[in-house]
Ligand binder design. Structure first.
Ligand SMILES: [Zn+2]
Ligand SMILES: [Zn+2]
Length: 412
């Protein structure tokens, strides 16, 4: 941007600017100046832009994953990633990030105050580097110490809970099998089915115990496209992924991750120590709201809309008709299938493109397949998981046509 600010993010609804101003007052005045200059331009005269939020500090990964401290000192936390971690581990994840951002904002405010009191106006410009240095130190000392002292305990509790949950699951299964057999026997004898109170109570007790242990399990959510297996490993992966968004502290985050992985006997370069995006964007475009007449896009998995019984318009909150959304979802499936049909096929062995329609295999005997690196498409890359998720959506919202379309798809 020519006026000196950086655009962190922009979409149809908002623009997030980094003003590079060391004080909130400076940032607010500068924000107004940018808006006034922009709106005075004949090209943008019909835009309606106002400043709605000012952050002291902001970590921005994407629209669904950002956290920071607002100008009034409150924390704004929007981390969709956290929802994919086991609830108990989620707490640690959020606690560490919240503490980090609070301490960063406090340090920044103290520095500002000190410099202003001493009338060192020019040095305000150098404050940014000092804040960065503070975050580096905070990661090296505070976050590292917290994690190093917590990981052994976390590991122990995590493993204990896992094996306890497995044991309880087996016991519940055994008891239910026995109950079923007893019911069958009673039916054959012509007597009525009745569970003894003691049995029911014990089963209820086991289920309560299981649900407590399951707080350490990865939650089942519509939209999940990864199967994670180790909660503590993913805590490290998720945490370092979020922190590493700031390129100025990336080296410290990498060394933090390497050290944490030593506790788990994993290599930094191993496949399992790589962060894997828990979900993908299932974006429905150009949804027309009959109530407010605004056309908007929806990201079904990330907007966290699927827990509610109806999916609302983002502006007036009127629910979209279910058959309209169903039609949009079927279009989404068809469009992506068409995309996959028109891609070139490449030999897996010699990487040559298939240039004839008839042969099943390449001349070198290799199989033909779509090259996912060439035809980047989230639908194809996560095909099986996506089909499974669409099936769950069709069940949740009782979309029978969508369900038929999904059932007709063969796993590739
Ligand atoms: Zn609306
Ligand atoms: Zn070949």
């Amino acid at each position: 941007m020519q006026m000196g600010a950086h655009i962190i993010h922009s979409d149809k609804n908002r623009v997030i600017l980094c003003t590079m101003k060391p004080t909130l007052q400076g940032a607010t005045v500068y924000g107004d100046f940018v808006l006034n200059t922009l709106l005075a331009h004949p090209l943008f005269v019909y835009l309606n832009l106002t400043v709605t939020k000012v952050w002291k500090v902001l970590f921005f990964r994407d629209t669904h994953n950002h956290f920071g401290i607002l100008d009034n000192g409150t924390i704004s936390l929007s981390l969709n990633l956290a929802n994919y971690l086991p609830p108990k581990i989620q707490n640690y994840f959020l606690k560490i990030l919240t503490r980090f951002i609070h301490r960063l904002a406090d340090y920044q405010s103290q520095k500002q105050q000190k410099l202003q009191d001493e009338m060192h106006i020019l040095e305000l410009e150098d404050m940014e580097e000092e804040v960065r240095e503070y975050s580096r130190q905070f990661i090296k000392s505070d976050i590292a110490n917290t994690l190093f002292s917590k990981i052994p305990d976390l590991l122990r509790v995590y493993r204990e809970n896992k094996s306890e949950a497995d044991g309880i699951r087996r016991e519940i299964e055994q008891r239910e099998n026995i109950r079923r057999l007893q019911h069958l026997d009673l039916q054959q004898q012509g007597s009525e089915n009745s569970d003894s109170e003691g049995d029911q109570e014990q089963l209820g007790h086991l289920k309560r115990k299981l649900s407590k242990c399951q707080e350490w399990d990865f939650p089942e959510r519509i939209g999940k496209v990864q199967e994670y297996s180790d909660g503590i490993l993913e805590l490290i992966n998720f945490l370092c992924e979020v922190l590493a968004q700031d390129e100025h502290i990336r080296d410290e985050v990498i060394s933090l991750k390497k050290n944490c992985l030593k506790y788990l006997n994993k290599s930094y370069y191993s496949e399992e120590a790589q962060f894997k995006e828990p979900t993908i964007a299932l974006r429905l475009h150009d949804l027309f709201c009959r109530e407010c007449h605004i056309v908007s896009d929806l990201d079904l998995f990330n907007d966290q809309l699927l827990s509610s019984p109806e999916i609302p318009c983002a502006y007036c909150l009127t629910p979209f008709p279910a058959n309209y959304l169903e039609h949009k979802l079927i279009r989404f499936v068809h469009d992506n299938l068409t995309f996959s049909q028109i891609q070139d096929l490449y030999c897996r062995k010699c990487s040559k493109a298939k240039n004839d329609l008839l042969p099943k295999n390449c001349g070198c005997s290799g199989h033909f397949a779509i090259d996912k690196a060439v035809s980047h498409n989230p639908f194809l890359e996560n095909y099986q998981m996506l089909v499974q998720n669409l099936r769950l959506i069709s069940q949740q919202f009782q979309m029978h046509f969508l369900s038929n379309v999904i059932e007709s798809l063969q796993p590739s």
